[in-house]
Design a protein around this ligand. Structure first.
Ligand SMILES: C[S@@+](CC[C@H](N)C(=O)[O-])C[C@H]1O[C@@H](n2cnc3c(N)ncnc32)[C@H](O)[C@@H]1O
Length: 315
């Protein structure tokens, strides 16, 4: 796997394995990623020389977008790292999420989050938490749709729990190798996708929306999002998970008629490719590509072997 990806958080639903296939359908010079998530597709587009315009409604993705997609040359320094350890009176994690971390690490992380000023520092802390609680299980409760046969992959990584300062240094190097200038002014936005589409112009738009019926990102990352803004956030589902998902798909297509090429990806269990294709075809000519894909964590043991990712691409 490409080293640049190590700069990104291991995001739930991330598309590292499929990014090259997705980008093989892109055209023109300006690539729009309307749901940035963990940034894998945008970072590859950036490496391929596109001007990237990314968007995501969440704070966690805003940090990735600013630190890695927009950023041309600022790298994490030793000072950035050591300034995270300064003593503070912050006790947010300790008070709000007891039992999330080992006692000895609570104060270290509470200090680090209070001291983190830059998006790069915040990205380092996100990556640390994802390694401390692998697969972003930032709660001691395991989401219902995760196969128990996969529990071994979500066991905490002991080396991160016992040597946080060493882990910080390692993560700093990983992040720095994903920072480069591709000669373009890449941009990241933190907007609701429909407001974003009203304003953005480009040659290709990539849509990787949350999947209807799957666990919402807002629930999955509620603890992380709360820590990032240092305030307990009530769980509010995205409309893609809770509302009429089909109506939102129609709206996504209607709002992107000004963009010559549209690439959709859909994954997860029970995805009906023909159905998604016919929704897109109500608006524009399109074709379906089915890609066999192995999931590290998935809804059932069976789909672990056979999961298919659907790409619907306009012609
Ligand atoms: C499937 S993920 C994208 C994964 C990404 N392609 C990657 O490789 O990491 C979907 C993203 O949509 C974002 N999202 C949910 N509702 C949104 C909305 N209304 N507007 C913009 N982004 C939204 C979530 O925060 C989440 O990061």
């Amino acid at each position: 796997m490409w080293k640049g990806y190590e700069s990104l958080p291991a995001y739930f639903g991330g598309k590292r394995k499929l990014a090259r296939k997705i980008m093989s359908f892109a055209q023109g010079k300006v690539f729009i990623d309307a749901f940035l998530g963990g940034g894998s597709v945008s970072l590859l587009a950036k490496a391929q020389g596109y001007k990237v315009i990314s968007n995501d409604i969440s704070v966690r993705s805003d940090i990735v977008g600013k630190a890695i997609i927009e950023n041309k040359r600022t790298k994490l320094s030793e000072y950035d790292l050591y300034s995270l350890f300064k003593e503070t009176d912050n006790n947010f994690i300790h008070d709000t999420f007891p039992n999330l971390l080992l006692n000895k690490d609570e104060k270290l992380l509470d200090n680090a989050f209070a001291n983190a000023k830059s998006d790069l520092q915040k990205l380092l802390l996100i990556k640390f938490l994802f390694k401390y609680k692998p697969f972003s299980m930032l709660s001691n409760k395991i989401p219902e749709n995760i196969a128990t046969s996969n529990l071994k992959v979500i066991k905490p990584h002991l080396k991160y729990m016992f040597k946080p300062t060493k882990a910080f240094k390692q993560i700093k190097e990983q992040i720095n190798q994903g920072i480069f200038d591709n000669g373009q002014d890449n941009q990241h936005h933190k907007m609701d996708v429909f407001d974003f589409l009203d304003k953005v112009q480009g040659d290709t738009v990539y849509f990787d929306p949350p999947y209807a019926g799957s666990q919402s990102y807002e629930e999955f990352y509620n603890i992380l999002d709360s820590i990032l803004i240092q305030e307990k956030i009530p769980v509010v589902k995205s409309k893609f998970n809770s509302g009429d998902a089909e109506a939102f798909l129609h709206k996504l297509i209607e709002k992107s008629m000004h963009i010559p090429k549209v690439i959709f990806s859909f994954g997860g269990p029970d995805i009906d490719g023909q159905k998604l294709l016919s929704i897109v075809q109500e608006h524009r000519p399109a074709e379906l590509h089915e890609i066999q894909h192995k999931w590290a964590i998935t809804a059932t043991k069976e789909s672990m072997q056979t999961a298919t990712e659907i790409l619907v691409v306009t012609k």
